[in-house]
Structures are given as structure tokens and as C-alpha cells.
Ligand binder design. Structure first.
Ligand SMILES: *Cc1c(COP(=O)(O)O)cnc(C)c1O
Length: 411
């Protein structure tokens, strides 16, 4: 790339990249290189070549031209300097926790974190003598009070999983910085597009230490790949993560890497389309009789809306940016059976986990058992989460309407 690199918009930088095609084959798209074995020209070369950096290739597990390019593009997307790729978003979380924590340490996890992060921390990490402490992400004072001399890692998520409360992320990161505690953000929702995880203040003075991303969601965009990334800007931190990555053998397949590479140039367009459709449907759902609360950080009144506005809001980019997710709370006078019938009655929305693909999805959640303490900002009722795909908004709205009418016996 030429020296104008930094002046270019992100959407340009993830299209134009450092890829050097093989001699005489000047196609702009990266090749799919598959290998376990990489052949060395001599024993001497074998002994000197280093797997820990990108100065050479040693073994398929430690990187190929295809995975190196994907790592570099993801660094451009999130504003990081080093990246490792792992076989899922959850593996990215595990890679970070296991690399940075040891027996006797404490890890702080938001009470509204992605569920499998909480359960891995409370079971697998506990087996290694690592203590998990849950904190209220909406209350920076609660985080501050729970940091002890044994705290080594604080997980962050913006917004929280399912209930989508947006925390005061800069305040949480500042508290950890002051105490010298490493921060790791699950940046799957923001995707490198809603805000810059390594530059939360806009002047480069405040950022998280580690950003993990479930590439399964928007970077893949197709609902057909499981992959995760761990991005850093600190070479020491990166090397700890890279060592564990090597010890556990967490490689990714070249075809999957290629699928993400192919989808990445359109991530900004797709993200905006999911965002616009989700906001319009969330607003409309808020006016429907069975719905007592809509949880979407870009909607005024939603928990943490002011923090979303400050970090991802209109000051940054027109309407601001948000992912294509929202949840609703259904009036508790409706039974669980009616809520289930509503989900079952949807025709275009399919029942299934994950998000970021072209097809809209729905999942009803039972928050009991998912939160360790009461959440007074949530209205009583049943939570249903929607992931908005790329279908026409009018079709999705009609689908929601017909299913509500049936299930909740509306006139
Ligand atoms: C989906 C998701 C993950 C896990 O990603 P997988 O690739 O499905 O393992 C982690 N964090 C968040 C916030 C997610 O939505």
C-alpha cells in the first residue's frame, strides 16, 4: 500500500490491502493457500525460521498467506496491530482467558455478558483455580469496587448480550487502566464499525487492550462460517495469546478464511443495512400492544442509550451506528405458551442462534438463570431477541404483525 494509507476511509482500506499476488498473476483477490507442511530449502533454514512472527512460514497451523492477509485486514477493521485467528468466537474468548490468567487470579465478567463466556469462566477457569467475579456493567462504581490485587483481567461487552444495555465503556476502561488491569472487549456487536475499540476517546489516549470478534457474525455475513479473532496493539500481550494459540493448536481452515476475506469488503454496507432495518422494526415493535419494552441501544429510553450516543452516536457518523439486533419484553399477562406460539408463528424469522447473516432470526430467552442479580431497568415479562437479516423491512414487519395477531389474539 502507498503512504496515503492512514488518510483513507476504513471502507477503502479493507478493499485495498498489502496483498502481493504470485509473480505474473496480478489478480486482486487473495489466493486460498492450503497446507499443513511447508517445505524448507535446508535444515539450516528450518532451524532459523521463526513461527512467532510473520517473517516466514513454518507450518500450516501457524499461518499461511491466506490467514496472514485476513489477520491484516481485521487489524485494519478494528485498529489493531496483531491478530490471531481461532475456530470460533467462543474459542477467541477462551484463548484470551487461558493465555492471561493463572491459578489464584481473578477475572471480572459483566453479569450481562455473552452466556458461554460466563459459564466457561465459572466452570473451566474455576478448575484451574481462577475465580470469576460478576459485575454490573451499567455501574462503573460496582466494577471499581470489585477489583482486588488478584484481578488480572476484566471482560467488557458493549452492549450486553440479549438485553443490549450499553455501558459507559470509556469509564470502565479508565478504571481498569488506573488499576493496571488488562481489559478484553467482546467486540462482536460493534464489529469495528460502531466504534473504535482501541481509540475510545478519539485522540488515541484510551482503548481496550484486547478485542475479540466472533467473525461468525458480520465479517462472515453468510451464516456459513465459524471463526474468531483476537486483536491487540501490545506485542507482549499478543505473544502470550499467540503462545497459547500455538499450544492448543487453534488453526482455521483456508476455505473459511477465504469466505471471510470475500465478505469483508461489504461489511460496512451490510452493517448499515442491518442497522437501518433493525431500528425501523424496533421502533414499530415499541408501538405494539403486547410489547412493554424495546431494548435497542440507539432508541431513546433504552438502557445505556446516552452511552451509546456518546460512543457510536450521530456525532460520529450521521445516524450513528448499531448492529441489527434488538430485543423486546412481552407483557407478562401473556403466557410463555403465547410467546412461544408467537415465535413459532413467524414465517420469515427463523428460530435459531447466532446473527449477522442474511436471514432474520428469533430466540425467546428466560432471563431467570441468566442474570445473577435483579435488573431493575428491565420491565417484567418475557424477552424475545431478534436478529434482523437483509430481507425487505416491510415483509419482516408484516410477518411480525401476523404472528402477534395470532399468538396474542389481537383484533
Ligand atoms: C456469537 C457470539 C460469540 C461466539 O461466537 P461463535 O463463533 O458462535 O463461537 C461471542 N460473543 C458474542 C457477543 C457473540 O454474539
Amino acid at each position: 500500500m502507498k503512504s496515503t494509507e492512514q488518510a483513507l476511509d476504513l471502507s477503502t482500506r479493507i478493499v485495498h490491502h498489502d496483498y502481493e499476488p504470485p509473480q505474473g498473476f496480478k489478480a486482486p483477490q487473495p489466493g486460498v493457500f492450503k497446507a499443513s507442511t511447508v517445505i524448507f530449502p535446508s535444515v539450516a533454514a528450518m532451524r532459523t525460521r521463526e513461527w512467532k512472527d510473520k517473517s516466514g512460514y513454518t507450518y500450516g497451523l501457524h499461518g499461511t498467506p491466506t490467514t496472514f492477509i485476513l489477520e491484516e485486514r481485521l487489524c485494519a477493521l478494528e485498529g489493531g496491530l496483531q491478530c490471531v485467528l481461532v475456530p470460533s468466537g467462543l474459542a477467541a474468548i477462551g484463548n484470551v482467558s487461558l493465555a492471561l490468567l493463572k491459578s489464584g487470579d481473578e477475572v471480572l465478567v459483566p453479569d450481562n455478558a455473552y452466556g458461554p463466556n460466563k459459564s466457561m469462566s465459572e466452570s473451566t477457569l474455576a478448575q484451574f483455580g481462577i475465580r470469576t467475579v460478576l459485575y454490573d456493567a451499567l455501574d462503573p462504581a460496582d466494577l471499581a469496587a470489585r477489583i482486588t490485587p488478584a484481578t488480572r483481567l476484566v471482560w467488557l461487552e458493549a452492549p450486553g448480550s440479549v438485553t443490549l444495555e450499553f455501558p459507559d465503556l470509556p469509564a470502565l476502561v479508565r478504571i481498569c487502566r488506573e488499576r493496571g488491569v488488562t481489559t478484553a472487549l467482546d467486540n462482536t456487536w460493534g464489529a469495528g464499525l460502531a466504534f473504535a475499540p482501541f481509540d475510545l476517546s478519539g485522540d488515541g489516549s484510551l482503548g481496550v487492550d484486547v478485542s475479540i470478534h466472533a467473525l461468525t457474525k458480520y465479517p462472515s455475513g453468510g451464516g456459513d462460517v465459524l471463526m474468531g479473532s483476537v486483536i491487540t496493539r501490545d506485542p507482549v500481550l499478543h505473544m502470550k495469546i499467540k503462545l497459547l494459540h500455538m499450544h492448543l493448536g487453534l488453526g482455521v481452515g483456508a476455505n473459511d478464511a477465504e469466505a471471510v476475506l470475500r465478505a469483508l469488503p461489504s461489511i460496512g454496507l451490510r452493517y448499515r443495512a442491518h442497522d437501518q432495518a433493525a431500528r425501523s422494526l424496533a421502533l414499530w415493535m415499541g408501538q405494539q400492544a403486547p410489547v412493554v419494552q424495546v431494548l435497542h441501544p440507539a432508541l431513546p429510553g433504552s438502557p445505556g442509550h446516552a452511552h451509546w450516543s456518546a460512543l457510536c452516536g450521530p456525532a460520529n457518523a450521521g445516524q450513528g451506528a448499531a448492529a441489527g439486533l434488538f430485543s423486546i419484553v412481552i407483557d407478562p399477562r401473556h403466557t410463555q405458551a403465547q410467546v412461544d406460539a408467537f415465535c413459532d408463528g413467524l414465517r420469515l424469522f427463523k428460530i435459531g442462534y447466532s446473527w449477522g447473516g442474511p436471514m432474520s432470526l428469533v430466540v425467546p430467552y428466560d432471563l431467570r438463570g441468566m442474570r445473577s442479580r435483579p435488573a431493575p431497568h428491565l420491565r417484567p415479562g418475557t424477552v424475545v431477541r431478534f436478529s434482523i437479516g437483509l430481507e425487505a423491512v416491510q415483509d419482516l414487519q408484516s410477518d411480525l404483525f401476523q404472528a402477534m395477531r395470532q399468538a396474542f389474539l389481537l383484533e
